[in-house]
Design a protein around this ligand. Structure first.
Ligand code: GMT
Length: 377
């Protein structure tokens, strides 16, 4: 198949899912064409069957806001014709679902049918999508998507509650390549971050308010008082400066290690004892799944799709949003009981196996095939 893939290239789960999906499809022999304004951060163009079509949105004094949508729609039309795309897959509904619709209509006027799949990732529905200013456009473009997928049951329910859509939503969960985690060496650099054998807590995100990073710091503050430990923060974003300030206030600066943005989290996860994800809302929690694939138990909230990934009392613990003391107590419980901890590590890995790419890729392939055969008939 010839597949067009549209995603945001920035540091975030939807771009990671699109990129990893594209890479796996390419390995199976499909040709995958990424279209974006800069190269998605995990894309490796040396891989066979992967192509990247960049577009730039020119600035002009008249524009306070650059016409991203128009340029992307034109790029899709151009690539669809030149590369003879069979299907288009857009990640993140805003604005990609309406752009896909526009491209589809332009192509239709040229007697070309390009079916599109829209994958909902989370904040496109739960945060940004809640803005009433987007409602008619989102509803329309979702209703006109040839297929809608969502990354969790919770996000599907949330979408049906927020938007009156008649279209069916298929749940296809996020995934990891379990083999890459299984074969990754463990603990190699642990001494670098924890020279005195401290436990290592890790948080990875794009440091937006929804991630509640302040809770990560406050949980760590309590844990550290009971168990010698270090906290590694991976990522960057709008909350970073406030977090640095909080670490200074709590006298934690020497125990909190900031690594900034890292494309592949495996090395960091390989030294982690616990993964902390206290998000306000989280449609799936791909970073939690990546941690579990590396046998790292997860302390998270129970919001959104997190309970579909992290199983309370088995692979980690779930708490209400903002329950800092409880999340700290659960962390201490796990870090102080080696038998329990080893049990959770194995359970986390077993649970992660359900989300292996080999189980998920055929679901996307069969959706694409269905769309292509419908358009041929
Ligand atoms: O805020 C983020 O974590 C990034 C965001 C995105 O859209 O890029 O992530 C969302 O999509 C991920 C991949 O499907 C999910 O694993 C995240 O749970 C989801 N984030 C939220 O719902 C806050």
């Amino acid at each position: 198949m010839n597949i067009g893939m549209v995603c945001f290239p920035t540091y975030g789960g939807s771009g990671v899912v699109a990129t990893e999906l594209g890479k796996s499809l390419a390995k199976k022999g499909h040709k995958v064409h990424f279209m974006s304004y800069s190269q998605p951060f995990r894309l490796n163009l040396f891989d066979e069957n992967l192509f990247y079509h960049e577009f730039s949105v020119n600035d002009y004094p008249l524009f306070d806001y650059q016409p991203y949508e128009s340029v992307l729609a034109s790029k899709i039309v151009d690539v669809a014709i030149f590369e003879q795309l069979d299907v288009l897959h857009v990640h993140y509904a805003i604005p990609h679902a309406s752009v896909a619709y526009m491209a589809q209509q332009i192509l239709k006027s040229k007697k070309i049918h390009l079916p599109y799949v829209t994958t909902l990732h989370g904040t496109d529905i739960t945060l940004v999508g809640r803005d009433p200013a987007f409602e008619p456009v989102i509803r329309f473009s979702l209703n006109h998507s040839n297929i809608i997928t969502s990354v969790s049951e919770s996000l599907k329910m949330e979408t049906l509650k927020t938007f009156k859509i008649d279209n069916k939503i298929s749940v296809i969960p996020n995934f990891i390549n379990i083999e890459e985690y299984q074969t990754h060496p463990k603990n190699c650099n642990k001494h670098k971050y924890a020279p005195n054998g401290e436990k290592i807590l890790v948080h990875i995100s794009n440091f937006r308010k929804v991630k509640r990073i302040e809770d990560v710091i406050r949980i760590f503050d309590l844990v550290k008082k009971a168990v010698p430990s270090k906290l590694i923060l991976v990522g960057d974003g709008p909350e970073k400066a406030a977090i640095d300030q909080l670490c200074r206030q709590l006298n934690l600066s020497h125990d909190v290690i900031n690594l900034g943005k890292i494309a592949d989290p495996k090395e960091i996860l390989s030294v982690a004892d616990l993964f902390i994800l206290p998000s306000e809302t989280e449609s799936f929690g791909l970073s939690a799944l990546e941690a579990m694939a590396m046998k790292v138990p997860v302390i998270s909230t129970n919001s959104g799709g997190l309970p579909e990934v992290n199983i309370h009392g088995k692979t980690g613990f779930l708490s209400e949003v903002g329950s800092i003391e409880e999340m700290a107590a659960n962390s201490i419980k796990l870090l102080s009981d080696n038998n329990l901890f080893q049990n959770f590590r194995e359970n986390a890995f077993e649970q992660a196996k359900h989300f292996d790419i080999n189980n998920v890729l055929p679901l996307y392939e069969s959706l694409y095939s269905k769309l292509i055969s419908n358009s041929l008939s």
